[in-house]
Write a protein that binds this ligand. Sequence first.
Ligand SMILES: [Fe+2]
Ligand SMILES: [Fe+2]
Length: 378
Amino acid sequence: MTVTHNDNETIIGRAEINDIDAILEVPLVDPNEIEHVVKNNADSIFTWDYSLQRPALRKLYEKAKTGQWNGSTDLDWSIDVDVEKSVQEDQALIGTGVDASMYIGTPVEKWGDKEWLEFGVESRNWSLSQFMHGEQGALICTAKIVETVPWYDAKLYASTQVVDEARHVEVFARYLEEKLGGEFQVNAHLRMLLDDIVNDSRWDMTYLGMQVMVEGLALAAFGFMHQFTNEPLLKKLLRYVMSDEARHVAFGVLSLKECYDEMSDAEMKDRQEFAFEAAIRMRDRFMQQEVWERMGVNVREVIPLVLADPTRAVFQSMLFSKIVPNCKKLGLLDRNDKWLRHRFEEMGVIQFEDWADTGEEYLNFELDAPDVQPVAGD
Ligand SMILES: [Fe+2]
Ligand SMILES: [Fe+2]
């Protein structure tokens, strides 16, 4: 089965994945917007079968009960965060994440240390803001899963994840408010993805969109930031959040494995397309439109360069290092004549397919495990 431009048009709303005009056509979310309503279109399902059917999920449930932590008392909020110093140290270690020589002919070409630092500070704020908004997405999605998943063992587990996600929103919101002094609005592409996930009536799509795609990306992004930042409060906060997230991704992989092994090719095609759409939205999000805008740079001028920037490409592809192996484990890569494999090849992320999948990996992330190797594939 070959993908035609028509397929792309239907799935992601544009024929070419790098169509800059189409990417920029999605309007930025109004920073003054307070409420956003989405129809969740789903049935709430009771089950009267309370027997133990899925020991692996029950084991995760037990892990979740003992893995709880308290965002107010387990983190030291008295730590004074010097964000400029912290960003400067990170930039000295891993650079700005941007290859400055790529931006000739734009205002970025003339940036000095002051502007790069400002860009770094805004980017830090933007990333943590998107983490926070994504966490709220996870809070809403897992509350939905409690209602919609037909399995008792999964309802029990999902309920613990609701509490985990509340705690994640809480700690990111507090860090942004107390230590960074404000936040960015939700990124337009991230909001579009969250809307699509919540909109879908099929319970497994909530799992696929949130647990596998959004949380898979979050786990890789948190891992990256955790590994490189020297800011002690942020480092510990991320480490604690990751111990929960790894369990969440495992929950998604274990549940969907059972569900997808039974599915027809046509049903699987829908899931492959949804995974591709989610991957594209997340890639679009990482162009950081809101940050460029705040820096006073014309996004139309700079985004084509961002897309072609090799430094960003490396960083961005790392974000898929959890998603691709998990998709492989679920059979999503190769069903229907390797449909999703070809899409991931086109996106330049297929190289992660044999890295550790999170169905097995979550024990490495527990709080008492030896130090995490978050972005290496083990
Ligand atoms: Fe979370
Ligand atoms: Fe999560």
